[in-house]
Design a protein around this ligand. Structure first.
Ligand code: THU
Length: 161
């Protein structure tokens, strides 16, 4: 039986890690503060885990979202997708510049960056393809370090399709 020659492929991505909000540009600090405020509007009685997302558009508009849970658990939606789908619905032709995400637990202090789930990565990545330009991603817990990705593609090594 013929066997092709296996090759190995390595995919790398570079992220920036900031110690605290003050290290970020003012406009990004403001966006993260919008994410904090959105986070407080989460409806998360089942997980007690509140996530906020704030999206900045090229026209200066900010769209925010929070996780919205449901007694039928899979019917709930993450903060990031709530925000990105609302953005797509309200501003279908406006370029998305960046998204800031913050997560907080009502049970303990989240002091490590919480990266978006796979489903949200895929959903946001689709809008990079749609607009043919990267979307910067900043994410953190309630406090502590902030991680920046220059593009959602850096968080999705092998995109579908
Ligand atoms: N959650 C988000 O809002 N974003 C994520 O990227 C991962 C998880 C929400 C879903 C659920 O309401 C809660 O966090 C616990 O998983």
């Amino acid at each position: 039986m013929f066997r092709g020659k296996m090759i190995e492929k390595t995919i790398t991505a570079t992220f920036q890690v900031f110690d605290n909000l003050q290290e970020l540009p003012n406009s990004v600090q403001t966006l993260m503060q919008e994410a904090f405020m959105a986070r407080d509007k989460a409806y998360a009685p089942y997980s007690n885990f509140q996530v906020g997302a704030a999206i900045l558009l090229e026209n200066g508009e900010t769209i925010t979202g929070s996780n919205q849970e449901n007694a039928s658990y899979p019917s709930g939606l993450c903060a990031e997708r709530t925000a990105i789908y609302y953005t797509g619905a309200k501003f279908p032709n406006t370029k998305i510049l960046r998204i800031a995400i913050s997560a907080k637990s009502l049970e303990d202090v989240v002091d490590e960056p919480i990266s978006p789930c796979g489903g949200c990565r895929q959903a946001i990545l689709e809008y990079e393809t749609k607009q043919n330009a990267p979307i910067e991603v900043y994410f953190m817990g309630e406090t502590g370090k902030i991680i920046k990705a220059n593009s959602m593609a850096d968080l999705v090594p092998l995109k579908f399709p």
